[in-house]
Design a protein around this ligand. Structure first.
Ligand code: AMP
Length: 174
């Protein structure tokens, strides 16, 4: 399936100069989510994964679907102030701003082997913060999967400690 053709470019969103890759146009195409999740399920089924960890908010769309398909726990990493129980947190810089992510302190343990999911890899700052949270809880990161990778921002280099998997690659101004 040509996923790249289903992703809409929105220039100057959310701030001037950012070419936003909009995955809602992909989600409007019924078979696309199934194609993505079925592919990941096949990839991760043999890898003894114990949980799927995903990023607030677009990562939840893909991550929760994968957790459902694999019958695995779904662990949300959320923006500051959203998770109700005891949390640990990490600050990070976005391509367009600064943010804090949190995970429940009891969400994972040393026994866990996780796949982490987000919609898009840009500079890698978001996923680096998530990886720190997961590792502070002692879990092992088996792979980090994205629907889209903006290759010219070198997020893969920033995350070079981890195996990275992306379904669609764009240059940043494509
Ligand atoms: P980064 O931390 O720079 O890798 O940014 C990745 C996060 O920001 C992901 O959660 C994306 O959803 C979002 N993001 C960053 N840049 C873009 C973009 N150009 N289009 C769509 N989403 C983006």
């Amino acid at each position: 399936m040509d996923l790249a053709a289903l992703i809409r470019n929105v220039p100057d969103f959310p701030v001037p100069g950012i070419q936003f890759k909009d995955i809602t146009s992909l989600l409007q195409h019924g078979p696309a989510l199934k194609f993505i999740v079925d592919g990941w399920k096949e990839r991760y089924a043999p890898q003894d994964i114990s949980a799927i960890v995903a990023a607030d908010a677009r990562g939840f769309i893909f991550g929760s679907a994968l957790a459902y398909a694999m019958e695995l726990p779904f662990i949300p990493v959320r923006k500051k102030g959203k998770l109700p129980a005891n949390v640990i947190s990490e600050d990070f810089e976005l391509e367009y701003g600064v943010a804090t992510f949190e995970i429940h302190a009891d969400a994972l343990t040393k026994a866990d082997r996780v796949v982490m999911i987000d919609d898009l890899l840009a500079t890698g700052g978001t996923m680096q913060a998530m990886a720190k949270l997961v590792e502070r809880l002692g879990a092992e990161i088996v792979e980090i999967a994205f629907v889209v990778e903006l290759t010219t921002l070198h997020g893969r280099k920033r995350l070079s400690k981890y195996p990275i998997h992306a379904l669609v690659e764009f240059e940043v101004d494509e």
